[in-house]
Design a protein around this ligand. Structure first.
Ligand SMILES: *[C@@H]1O[C@H](CO)[C@@H](O)[C@H](O)[C@H]1NC(C)=O
Ligand SMILES: *[C@@H]1O[C@H](CO)[C@@H](O)[C@H](O)[C@H]1NC(C)=O
Length: 318
């Protein structure tokens, strides 16, 4: 006995559907040690012609809770692979800074951060780093102390590379081997480059929470696309584009940013936000800091290559 053709077709279709039910995780190229990313740029280039690839909550690899983690390997390696911006939350305690992610103490201090970056810059004296600093933990009440504490580090031996007073039209040559401090946090307005006063910022605060609840990461994609159009118009000479994203779904940041492999609101397979950001990426005129969760080599390379125009600086002999 023969099955009617429509039944046969529907059996084939439904078996395909079953197969399509699992979305595969995105495969990123492996990490590799990169030539120093800023060393080949002209000394006369101004900072406001550069893009900095920055890890969001750079030290969060120390936390094991997957809902709080935003990176999964050491800062030393992040810098080796080309990351040129770090983001740290600090809590002022007894006149020094401890490093926090939200309310979680990482049990390392700002001295540990300085030691690690100093070692990198000792070995790569033509590089420069951006340090995004902000208050973490329940430190909102004590904001006055924060500049006093940061300024004390400037006079310490391990703080000699910190630069708190810098301008967008400074040249690279002026700051090689330095750590340029910037902040989105008003507590650091007097002692770090004040980003909110000088730059256009795109971060999760700008998201429409109703859209996020409905569309998840697609709402973030749409805000990244909107910000890319704003940057293309050239309305500012300084931008901070924060690609990191989390929402009250059951997806951790690693899944959202790097792996995907899940079904989104319309049942199609989601794409990692880091890949979305790379597809949208267009270097603006001006200074750009881009922040990422679970950084990937392709993300690092794409942002740095734009400072050179193409990837040829990476090839050839070291
Ligand atoms: C930091 O130390 C506290 C107290 O010992 C501990 O509970 C916490 O888990 C530590 N944090 C990390 C990230 O290891
Ligand atoms: C650099 O920028 C500052 C502040 O925006 C401005 O006062 C200064 O004149 C500029 N310097 C040069 C050389 O253009």
């Amino acid at each position: 006995m023969f099955l009617p053709i429509t039944l046969l077709v529907s059996i084939i279709l439904s078996s395909n559907l079953v197969e399509a039910c699992s979305c595969s995780k995105h495969e990123w190229e492996p990490f590799s040690s990169r030539k120093p990313a800023m060393s080949y740029l002209s000394n006369f280039r101004e900072l406001n012609s550069l893009s900095f690839v920055t890890t969001h909550s750079s030290y969060s690899y120390l936390i094991k809770d997957p809902l709080l983690q935003t990176q999964d390997f050491e800062v030393r390696l992040q810098m080796k692979y080309g990351v040129r911006g770090l983001d740290v939350g600090v809590y002022s305690s007894l006149g020094s800074f401890e490093i926090y992610v939200g309310d979680t103490a990482l049990n390392i201090t700002f001295d540990d951060v300085l030691d690690e970056v100093n070692e990198f810059l000792n070995n790569n004296p033509w590089e420069l780093m951006i340090l995004m600093i902000s208050r973490a933990h329940d430190s909102v009440r004590h904001s006055k102390n924060y500049c006093r504490v940061l300024n004390r580090y400037l006079s310490q031996q391990n703080g000699g590379r910190l630069v708190t007073k810098w301008q967008l039209n400074d040249t690279i040559g002026l700051h090689r081997g330095k750590i340029l401090v910037a902040s989105l946090d008003p507590a650091f307005r007097e002692c770090a480059f004040p980003i909110r006063e000088n730059c256009l910022v795109n971060d999760d605060q700008d998201l429409d929470q109703e859209k996020v609840a409905k569309f998840g990461a697609v709402a973030k994609w749409s805000s990244l696309a909107r910000f890319t159009r704003i940057m293309a118009r050239g309305t500012s000479n300084c931008y901070v584009n924060d690609v990191s994203f989390a929402y009250k779904g059951n997806l951790d940041r690693k899944t959202l940013a790097r792996d995907a492999g899940y079904r989104q609101f319309d049942n199609s397979c989601a794409q990692p936000l880091n890949l979305d950001a790379m597809e949208l990426f267009k270097k603006p005129r001006g200074f750009l800091v881009m922040l990422f969760d679970f950084i990937c080599q392709k993300v690092i390379d794409t942002v740095i290559d734009a400072n050179y125009g193409d990837s040829s600086w990476r090839s050839g002999l070291n």
